[in-house]
Design a protein around this ligand. Sequence first.
Ligand SMILES: NC(=O)c1ccc[n+]([C@@H]2O[C@H](COP(=O)([O-])OP(=O)(O)OC[C@H]3O[C@@H](n4cnc5c(N)ncnc54)[C@H](O)[C@@H]3O)[C@@H](O)[C@H]2O)c1
Length: 417
Amino acid sequence: MKKEIKVGFIGISGRGSGMLGLLLQIEGVKVPAVCDLVPERAQRGIDIVESAPECNYPVHSYLDYKELLEREKLDAVVICTTWISHLKIAIDAMRKGLYAAVEVGGAASVDECWQLVRTAQQKDTHCMLLENCCYDRNEMALFNMIKKGMFGELVHMEGGYRHDLRDEIVLGRENIHGRLYNFINRNGELYPTHQLGPIAKALNINRGNRFLTVNAVASKSRGLKQWIKDNKGEEYDLFNTDFACGDVVTTLIKCAHGETIQLNHDCCVPRPYSRDYMIQGTRGTYMETFEGESGVIYLEGLAQKKHRWDDFKPWREEYEHPLWKEYTTEGVKAGHGGMDYLVLSAFVESVKLRQVTPIDTYDTAAWMVVTCLSEQSAAMGGAPVPVPDFTDGYWIDREPYRRGKYCVDEVCEDYFK
Ligand SMILES: NC(=O)c1ccc[n+]([C@@H]2O[C@H](COP(=O)([O-])OP(=O)(O)OC[C@H]3O[C@@H](n4cnc5c(N)ncnc54)[C@H](O)[C@@H]3O)[C@@H](O)[C@H]2O)c1
């Protein structure tokens, strides 16, 4: 295992700045190169690295990531840019033999997902989608319960990205923020993976199960136009813009073993944040409530009252994932309640070991491609669109996953003793 790794960091806006700060807190990580198209942000990257207590090395900044890849000797890159650039940059980095971590977002095309998979195979490297929700405290406790069989056989799962982002979307040019042109031009499930990640791991997708079809239906688009009318007025140049993306896009995924998944993309009307997680199995149901803080659960034969929800909090305490038990004992580091640090730590561990990442290239491709497929389906009024099998048939007989503390295919209790 390498004691020290060198990571290039690309994309230093709001998210990138936070993630860079967290990455630098992980033992054995050096960030000798940072990059952003915007010079002040590239400089911000340098400032963040240089202010880290362990920084006793020179840091170079780049405006062009290709130059960074050409000039620097790195083990990995972390990419926090925009949805349409994540995989392109990851592919270029992997062609140089580097590990790539990409921030959350949907894919820009089906073809780039194939290129990602083929590059990983040819170069014997890996791309990890930094799906932090796979490491959320609630999701991990629920995963623990699912794997213990407490929900019985899983039948249906739901999740959403319900986040009122109207100002962030509309003010994309003023703030140099990437969402705007996606909402103007694309109609589909633009941000599928926050809940799809934990769902896919619970349903063993790419390992004995797979997504078969995607059907997506989009509502009309009104919320962004209304926001512009209320907040910017007629003089604003986007006043007459028609946004392609429906305010609420509902996507259904059918799996090879019969399970169904519903995703809700909902960023353009006023509402509090929620990821709407729901698990339904033959022995019970979990449903997220209270803005995602904990939720309610009903397990047949174990619920306090028949046909009445139990608060999930005591269940979460009882079935806390060992990673979270360890993490809360050591002191949670910031970033969405702690999951950001864990997802970065999972990536760093894999790079140090030069082994497969817990969210691997096949997961990354299968989860991200849902965006492009949902666009195709929505354009055809919700018609089913087949999901490519990025494993080329190996989903029925894959090599074993790598066990360990950060494994999200199994709860590896033995690693915590
Ligand atoms: N996992 C989470 O919880 C979470 C939270 C927030 C954002 N995100 C994701 O993180 C990503 C970044 O989010 P953000 O809000 O900071 O986005 P942003 O659009 O504000 O910033 C993207 C940055 O990348 C830079 N960039 C774009 N293309 C580039 C290229 N080719 N080379 C170098 N730099 C480039 C831009 O100049 C900008 O500074 C997005 O994909 C977003 O969806 C994830």
